[in-house]
Write a protein that binds this ligand. Structure first.
Ligand code: HBI
Ligand code: FE
Length: 295
């Protein structure tokens, strides 16, 4: 079993977390074991089945165009020509979570960092940090969509700028990433569908986010999302629903500086809370919600 090279450990309010080398690494494809390929195959087959009729069509179609299959872990070097041709994005191998600034620099330059190692068999259902399955299966397909691809670059540029403004501005943008790129839903003629990578890479949450009565489902509102706290330790208590990828991209066109200034004077909103001003698609029953404070 391959293991990432952890360079050191860091104390944070989430406990001790590994810090990885920040450099780009070549995907050591020949070193994957049969267990690694098997874990990929099992997760791939299981999620494709769960996601039929649940993930948005753009996601499923792009996975086909990229020729991802359950047979073996895809090679970044074979995905890259297809991705470059479609939207000019490219994948780079990394050891794991990058420092925020480094991560944003990659996005701003249309490079998506993909963790090269895959979880162990005993972590099939849950892993707390992004691995190859989350990054590649979850994030990469939508980079084939021209509008979503532009949104991701705009996000990276905006985040680099927010970094130079204030901690709060960056937190506002982190929430936007969380509630769109990671946990976003989209309204389609056929009904609500998933596009968020954090959802599509989780069997339990793929079903929960659409079928459970517990969580809120609320129409996309940029400033509302920027004020919303989120959970990193449970399924989401609120999902935000876009109408189209155009809506998402267009929301990132204006300069966010005045928005940050406005939000600095407003309280944040708990992950579970619904406001009178919300475009409520489904008001959650909150059944089974954790009662402690949001992260
Ligand atoms: N690094 N490799 C990697 N992948 C991520 O998704 C990632 C990251 N570093 C920081 C980060 N995400 C978060 O800070 C988000 O807020 C963007
Ligand atoms: Fe992710």
């Amino acid at each position: 079993m391959n293991t990432p090279r952890r360079v050191e450990h860091q104390q944070t309010d989430r406990g001790t977390i590994p810090v990885y080398a920040t450099g780009v690494v070549e995907q050591p494809w020949d070193d994957y074991t049969s267990v690694d390929h098997h874990v990929w195959g099992e997760l791939f087959a299981r999620q494709r089945e769960v996601l039929a009729g649940r993930a948005c069509q753009e996601f499923l179609d792009s996975q086909n165009v990229l020729q991802m299959t359950a047979d073996a872990i895809p090679k970044f070097s074979e995905l890259n020509p297809i991705l470059r041709e479609a939207t000019g994005w490219e994948l780079v191998g990394v050891e794991g979570l990058l420092p925020e600034y480094t991560f944003f620099e990659h996005l701003a330059n249309r490079r998506f960092p993909v963790t090269w190692w895959i979880r162990k068999p005993e972590q099939i259902d849950y892993i707390s940090e992004p691995d190859l399955f989350h990054d590649l299966f979850g994030h990469v397909p939508l980079l084939m969509n021209p509008i979503f691809a532009d949104y991701m670059e705009a996000y990276g540029r905006g985040a680099l700028k927010a970094h130079g403004i204030s901690e709060e501005a960056l937190l506002n943008l982190t929430r936007l990433y969380w509630y769109t790129v990671e946990f976003g839903l989209i309204r389609t003629a056929a009904g609500l569908r998933i596009y968020g990578a954090g959802i599509v890479s989780s069997k339990g949450e793929s079903i929960y986010c659409l079928e459970s009565d517990a969580p809120n489902r609320i129409g996309f509102d940029l400033e509302r999302i920027m004020r919303a706290q989120y959970r990193i330790d449970t399924y989401q208590q609120t999902y935000f629903v876009i109408d189209s990828f155009e809506q998402l991209f267009e929301a990132t066109l204006p300069d966010f500086t005045p928005i940050y200034a406005r939000l600095a004077n407003q309280p944040s909103i708990r992950a579970r809370d619904v406001l009178d001003s919300d475009d409520v698609i489904h008001r959650g029953t909150r059944e089974g919600f954790a009662t402690d404070e949001d992260a």
